[in-house]
Design a protein around this ligand. Structure first.
Ligand code: PRX
Length: 664
């Protein structure tokens, strides 16, 4: 394992703080008392949170940790996640409330109340049963961001089937790997989805995934587990059909009766599997429980986003194919009875103001998005959001990667009108729900810091020996006590679960992230520890230097890698995208690089000065928006570029190479 420097003192000079708005604090769902309660009795705190759910049979035990590191929470209670997310609202008189304002990319819209969702999930549940899917069976869901994706997930939960959502941007090969690993019985897909103004085909990828890939390949045989493919008609494009196996959603689901009693499952019954990339090549199928997961998702959603379900319009821009979509579109918000926006498309189709147009149109009050999106909007320029009325917004959230202080400030000023608090939420697919975040009515925030663990969650930063570091120092982020929404394991591989997360430090969950406690003890996430660089014996993280670069007025986005260097061990190589809306930036890449080198030296110190700064038009990102540093390292080290199949846009690497060749 790489070590994290303890000499990061000079890397954080951020001193600004922003108090919660008085009006929000006065009516906040969570006050400082929340921390106190959790501090006095953590398990009692979670018991109370769990009592907000609808249980079929009540639980008597809160936590069973006797089989550590696999936990059981509320295990003798029974419930159903779909009942909590949908039926309960109808039962308690909230059926007329809008659950989703759906906006398709081509401009089609649909309004779905909780009563509408109730009808749909019952029909879909009966449809799944008619295809022979039952409790414990695995169902792969490979859909665009349309209401049927939510309905399909909830219908699985309703019958006790375990869904495995595969993001619609993944390849046939990735889909096949995930279907095989989970031995899915059914695949739910669509003919296609709308993306950047054209039709993206999905069903042909399912056909390819399920077919034999030929002798000598990883999949010489056709997929053995899948019995049916259920296809939603979304785009109307022509679709090849395998008789007997393929069925239209409207033929199977629409004729069903809207009457179905939820399957009451034990709290520990697996709700879903979600694959995430590991440090080794094969994706890990993380799985989550029903009860503990739902408690974590719903509770954090209520306290971190301060949701007022009667008046708020909440929009999480993530795809349901990622954990953020699972926890903060489907299970958390719906359990809390939220009214949400669900948008199918990209932020710049048909124009770069599309998101802000949606905020204006639906009066969105809470927006939850990712730093990569914020930096993209910075690149496009603030004149675009300025054209829209964003005054309905009252709270902003960020997730997915460290947010650099400049992006944070831009988000606050340009999108939040200097009045909305920002909650920077740190968590992982593994944690199921938010672990570190400000509480918007309590915490005075610092731009770029996720601040403190949420109440009921125990986190620390430790050194190589697993000892807590003092304030002002950095190390590894660990979770020191079990929490309700923690993963229950890696599907079919307990050993890998234990060795990946629990073997680094005795009894502590190792998150894989570096973090620093500042002098006040607040937490600053420093990126994955595998992104740590060692330059002349000094340890630096890519994130620090990226923050510094983006703090320069010329820079819209920056990606930093550590490239092998004969003299210094590793050297800092930076790829930067310059802003389109700032005048006076030199055309000459060398002039830009010289200025930025000086800037980084000034911000962090000579040790962090990039050896090379390359001005590029794009940086390679995965479909979930993470920068693929591995590929940039290939460029920086002058190697042929490795596997680009997980890139959102594989032409980016050609453009970078081409640009660099031309600049030589
Ligand atoms: O490195 C952390 C980063 O994203 C990782 C988890 O990725 P994933 O499982 O895909 O889940 C993303 C959505 C929850 C973490 O190990 N990360 C996530 N949120 C933040 C973050 N890093 C810094 N600040 C955050 N707010």
């Amino acid at each position: 394992m790489v070590t994290v420097a303890h000499t990061l003192e000079n890397l954080h000079t951020e001193r600004r703080t922003f108090k919660p708005p008085v009006s929000l604090a006065a009516h906040a769902n969570a006050t400082a008392y929340e921390y106190k309660k959790a501090g006095v009795d953590r398990l009692e705190y979670w018991r109370e949170a769990a009592l907000r759910l609808a249980w079929h049979e009540p639980f008597t035990e809160i936590l069973d940790w006797s089989d550590a590191p696999v936990s059981r929470w509320f295990h003798d209670g029974t419930l159903n996640a779909c009942d909590n997310a949908v039926d309960r609202h109808v039962r308690e008189g909230r059926g007329d409330r809008v659950a989703f304002h759906f906006v398709g990319e081509p401009g089609d819209t649909e309004t779905l109340t909780y009563a509408d969702m109730h009808e749909r999930v019952q029909k879909a549940a009966n449809g799944l049963l008619s295809l022979g899917v039952g409790k414990g069976d695995r169902v792969a869901i490979y859909l665009p961001q349309i209401p049927e994706a939510v309905v399909a997930m909830l219908a699985c939960a309703r019958i006790g089937a375990i869904h495995s959502v595969v993001f619609g941007g993944f390849s046939a090969e990735s889909l096949r790997q995930r279907i095989d690993d989970a031995e899915a019985k059914l695949v739910i897909t669509a003919d296609g989805g709308n993306r950047r103004g054209s039709h993206l085909a999905l069903k042909p990828l399912v056909d390819e995934a399920l077919a034999s890939h030929g002798e000598g390949t990883a999949h010489p045989e056709p997929c053995a587990s899948v019995e049916h493919v259920l296809v939603v008609r979304r785009t109307g494009q022509d679709t090849a059909w395998t008789e007997g196996r393929d069925r239209w959603w409207h033929d199977v689901v629409d004729p069903q009766t809207a009457a179905h009693e939820p399957e009451w499952v034990d709290a520990e019954h697996p709700l879903f599997i979600l694959y995430t990339s590991g440090t080794t090549g094969t994706p890990k199928g993380l799985f989550h429980s029903t009860g503990g997961y739902l408690v974590g998702a719903a509770h954090t959603h209520r306290i971190v986003f301060d949701l007022k379900p009667e008046t708020d319009v909440y929009w999480c821009t993530a795809d349901v194919g990622w954990i953020t979509g699972h926890s903060y579109i489907v299970y958390g918000p719906m359990t809390n009875g939220a009214t949400q926006v669900l948008y199918e498309g990209t932020p710049n189709t048909p124009h770069e103001g599309r998101w802000w147009e949606i905020v204006q149109e639906y009066g969105v009050t809470i927006l939850y998005t990712a730093p990569t999106a914020i930096r993209t909007f910075m690149k496009w320029g603030e004149a675009i959001p300025d054209r829209f009325d964003l005054s309905s917004l009252r709270l902003l959230g960020s997730v997915g990667e460290p947010i650099n202080p400049e992006a944070w400030m831009w988000y606050r000023r340009v999108i939040g009108g200097d009045r909305c608090p920002i909650v920077d939420t740190w968590w992982q697919t593994e944690t199921g729900s938010i672990m570190i975040s400000p509480l918007p009515g309590v915490t005075a925030t610092k731009p770029g810091s996720a601040m403190t663990p949420v109440p009921g969650v125990a986190i620390d930063v430790v050194d190589d020996a697993g000892r807590p570091v003092p304030n002002g120092e950095g190390g590894y982020l660990v979770i020191t006590e079990p929490w309700p929404s923690m993963l229950r394991g890696i599907w079919g591989n307990r050993h890998r679960y234990v060795s990946t997360y629990w073997n680094h430090f005795d009894g502590l969950y190792f998150a894989g992230d570096g973090a620093k406690k500042d002098v006040d003890g607040d937490l600053w996430l420093l990126g994955r520890v595998d992104d740590v660089m060692n330059v002349s014996g000094h340890r630096l993280t890519t994130t620090e230097i990226e923050h510094a670069l983006v703090a320069h007025p010329w820079v819209a986005e920056a990606a930093v890698v550590g490239a092998n260097d004969e003299v210094t061990g590793q050297a800092v190589v930076a790829f930067v995208i310059v802003r389109g809306d700032v005048a006076g930036i030199p055309d000459d890449g060398e002039a830009v690089a010289g200025e930025l080198r000086k800037h980084v030296r000034k911000q962090i110190g000579p040790v962090a000065t990039p050896r090379t700064i390359m001005v590029v038009s794009e940086v390679p990102k995965t479909r979930s928006g993470k920068i693929m540093r591995r590929l940039l390292r290939d460029v920086a080290e002058n190697r042929p570029v490795g596997d680009v199949t997980t890139l959102a846009d594989s032409s980016v690497m050609d453009a970078i190479r081409g640009g660099l060749e031309a600049g030589k």
